[in-house]
Design a protein around this ligand. Sequence first.
Ligand code: ZN
Length: 288
Amino acid sequence: MSCQLVKAIIENSIVVSAIESKQIVNKAIRVHNLSPVAAVAMGRALTMAALMGKEFKNAQDYLTVTIDGGGPLGKITVCADGKGHVKGDVINPQCETLLKQDGTLDIGAAVGKNGSITVIKDIGLKQPYVGMSKLVSGEIASDFAYYFAKSEQQPCGVTLGVGLNKKSCKSAGGVFVQVMPNCREDILFRVETVMYAMDEMSYQFDGSTAEEVIMRFFGEFNPVITERSEVTYKCDCGKRKINRLIKGLGKAEAEQILAEQGQIEVCCHFCGKKYVYDKQATEKLFTK
Ligand SMILES: [Zn+2]
């Protein structure tokens, strides 16, 4: 099940990306059995990872974002590659419901704001790019916007929304607006005015495609659609990765686990898939 992502350009100087991300969020809810606050926080982070992953030029480019705010939800990790795949993990997926005074979910309190957001981009260079900034609200969208302004010196607007229907996602999506250096002041001012009016993003994506949301808000600027693509929640774990992990334990440690538990069981944090190695399979790994 994939989600549609659309990119458009305005006046040759502002790039608008939008994704309708309900399926991604629902997959995350199923994989991790997320509580409501966990679903919204992780859903927003995954939606942003999907938007950021679309900036990559190559399929093997890879992005990892960690949001660690010191709140009861614990650290959120989301990853995206250049192939249109995202995945995520959170320390406390069953985090209790926290409410604001108006009765809505308090995502900032669940994530916490005493911490940082870290972005690692591996685009095949010798060293991966690492950027970091402090969290401003724990509400995710404003934290990403602050990160781009501070760490990547990229003025941008980020708006993310996840709406729930009991335990599943009813609607979700996000819009990412990047301003290029050649942008005229009057255009920037008008686009900022539009961005301020974009609240409750989950409603905007309820029954609407990414393209419809772009046209609804930015239609007056005659945006030119430059890309339509798909993003899916898909884990890239596999036998080879897990083999490497077990080899990394070292022979002595692996044998000790076998002696104590009869087998070595590895469960992927991102998709829940189980990998089981019996004595024979483990020996084979270390004799190869
Ligand atoms: Zn996996």
